[in-house]
Design a protein around this ligand. Sequence first.
Ligand SMILES: O=C(O)c1cc(C(=O)O)c2c(n1)C(=O)C(=O)c1cc(C(=O)O)[nH]c1-2
Length: 248
Amino acid sequence: MSEAVSERTCLETRLRQIGRERYHDKHPFHQMLHSGGCTMDQVRAWVINRYYYQSRIPMKDAAFLSRVDDPMLRRAWRSRIGDHDGTAEQEGGIVRWLKLAEAVGLDPAYVASTRGVIPAVRFAVDAYVRYVREQSLLQAIASSLTELFAPSIHKQRIAGLLEHYAFATPAAIDYFRHRLEEAPRDVAFALQWVLEHANTPAEQDAAIAALVFKMDVLWAQLDAIWGGYIDPGHIPPGAWQPSEGVIL
Ligand SMILES: O=C(O)c1cc(C(=O)O)c2c(n1)C(=O)C(=O)c1cc(C(=O)O)[nH]c1-2
């Protein structure tokens, strides 16, 4: 094996190890959600807060694109925005998420207003957008590599929701089925790019730090939901109160 190839393999191994240790599939909230342990209000709290993440993903990708001067990189990245915002032919992830909101008994307009988002979730998600706007392109791309681990959690979620919750029809959770096709394509490109461009030890450490940062962004959102709606269940000022925006 050439030295460059073995360094890439080593970086990939380090990146994957971070996922094994820190990805949010290990968070107790996800384990509770996927095993049917959440009340409908706890599911609603997750849908409202997670919408904020969804809504900011295309904005962070647009921020990223605005910094890229390589047309080929822009071309490879821009489909991410269509995946979330939709196209003339196909609805996107944001509309699909709002269908999930409706299926759990929430007014989609209330969810889309982002009024009930927990302040700590807002801070974490905004930090991700800012990170992608301000850090190096290598770090911006590496921070998306949490998606290496997303297909497995999406599979668990599809199976768990369908098994345990009456609201979970295939149409209601279509968002996740689409991600099963979109995420592997996106992350294969991003991983390749990072492995090709992180050549020095400092660049490799920067890529690792970016992935750790993003793991923290995901974990922090679930900690905030857990504290607000599960244990101790102190809903922070400004966050969703369980009667708001409910249409059932
Ligand atoms: O449900 C999940 O656990 C999950 C995780 C992640 C992730 O790992 O960042 C993303 C998504 N979903 C997702 O749906 C999505 O569109 C997405 C985009 C990105 C990104 O960083 O660009 N991550 C994720």
